[in-house]
Design a protein around this ligand. Structure first.
Ligand code: HEC
Ligand code: HEC
Length: 206
């Protein structure tokens, strides 16, 4: 069984709904966007939390993320361009239309910042300065502005962010040219402790 069990249930009830409305069962759910978007998105809740607000610690929050970023990331998982432990296999089970619907759904949810993460205050203070200097330009409002289409930084779960930073460092996840330039600059001047400080900052409450 390639597909996720919950999803089969969702598709089952969707097919029933579609036959009731005298539409072909294989017609794309696009026509009933409201219902199908939430049905599809419910299959993500087991890991990403209700409405996409994750309970952590290694699973990122999706709630409030821009549709453009979610879609781009899902397509990156699907093609293998973005490395992952789980999402690559999972993303392959969804069509691009379904991914677009989920993108719209999660963009409408309210972002909930990760709570209760352990933080080293001194490192977080240094991280705030590094963020301002090297990252804020594209990750504005401390990386909490969905409209930047670049994921959430502050308020995202720490182990997820740490894993992403490691993937960017190792070039397993490819950063845009400009971000790579800033990361390299930051790393040259501040070394691995700079990355640690940034992550402490992003983990330090709202
Ligand atoms: C079995 C658990 C699980 C399920 C179910 C799941 N995810 Fe994920 N998701 C993860 C993990 C773990 C990561 C971190 C990347 C990785 O290692 O796969 C992640 C990462 C993501 C990211 C990247 C977020 C960012 O900040 O870049 C997106 C987007 C995402 N998932 C979307 C979804 C959607 C949409 C669904 C439902 C179709 C879903 N996920 C279902 C576990 C899951
Ligand atoms: C020139 C613009 C730019 C700069 C500068 C930049 N970023 Fe990014 N960042 C992006 C974009 C665009 C993405 C979306 C994903 C991608 O392209 O890899 C992103 C994604 C990320 C992600 C992944 C988020 C997720 O949810 O998975 C992290 C982590 C990150 N950036 C950290 C940083 C840090 C730390 C700095 C500063 C040292 C920085 N970025 C500087 C543009 C930038």
């Amino acid at each position: 069984m390639k597909r996720f069990p919950l999803r089969i249930i969702a598709i089952g009830s969707l097919a029933m709904f579609l036959s009731q409305t005298a539409m072909a069962a294989d017609e794309k759910p696009k026509t009933i966007a409201g219902a199908s978007a939430s049905m599809l998105s419910n299959t993500c809740a087991g890991c990403h939390g209700t409405y996409g607000a994750s309970n952590g610690p290694s699973i990122p929050t999706l709630a409030g993320m821009s549709s453009a970023y979610l879609v781009e990331t899902m397509l990156g998982y699907k093609s293998g361009e973005i490395p992952s432990t789980i999402m690559g296999r999972l993303a392959k089970g969804y069509t691009d239309d379904e991914i677009n619907l989920m993108g719209e759904y999660f963009a409408k949810q309210k972002f909930v910042a990760a709570k209760g993460q352990k933080v080293d205050a001194d490192k977080a203070a240094k991280g705030a300065e590094l963020h301002e200097k090297y990252c804020e330009k594209c990750h504005s409002e401390s990386g909490m502005a969905a409209e930047d289409d670049s994921g959430f930084l502050k308020g995202q779960w720490k182990s997820y962010l740490a894993a992403q930073m490691m993937d960017y460092q190792n070039k397993d996840r490819k950063a845009t040219k400009k971000m790579a330039k800033q990361l390299t600059k930051m790393h040259k001047k501040h070394g691995p402790s700079g990355i640690e400080e940034l992550i402490e900052y992003y983990s330090s409450g709202e």
